[in-house]
Design a protein around this ligand. Structure first.
Ligand SMILES: [Zn+2]
Length: 128
């Protein structure tokens, strides 16, 4: 958990966001939806939805009945994931300005990971 305020943006700068609230530890998601949308895994953390200040156009995509995914319609950066009815929203760690003070603590949906790599003990991809 980090109490430091965070700021982030998409690749082109159209979407900018600030978070003024407690931020969870990070996780790396290997699910098929994150894999396809992000091109590999998705590193994110969560914060209360009301603590986000978002500017710019966000395209929200309902990838399922249970969640929507927010991205920049201009550059395509995948920035947000929100579960229906959840008080917290996940955001992309890669979009943040550094230093973040956030550490990744777990991998999730590992059974759905791409077959082209192995999850290393250090959290990174390991060479075969
Ligand atoms: Zn953009």
């Amino acid at each position: 958990m980090s109490a430091e305020p965070q700021a982030g943006r998409c690749l082109c700068g159209n979407v900018r966001f600030e978070i003024d609230g407690p931020v969870s530890a990070g996780s790396i998601c290997h699910c098929g939806q994150c894999r396809r949308q992000g091109g590999h895994v998705w590193a994110s953390a969560q914060a209360p939805r009301e603590s986000f200040a978002i500017s710019g156009d966000v395209q929200w995509y309902a990838a399922s009945d249970t969640a929507t995914r927010g991205f920049c319609p201009r550059c395509g950066s995948f920035l947000f994931w929100h579960g229906a009815g959840e008080a917290e929203m996940s955001f992309s760690l890669g979009a943040l300005e550094e230093p973040t003070g956030i550490r990744v603590e777990k991998h999730i949906f590992c059974a759905s990971k791409g077959d082209y790599f192995e999850i290393g003990e250090d959290g990174g991809a390991r060479k075969p």
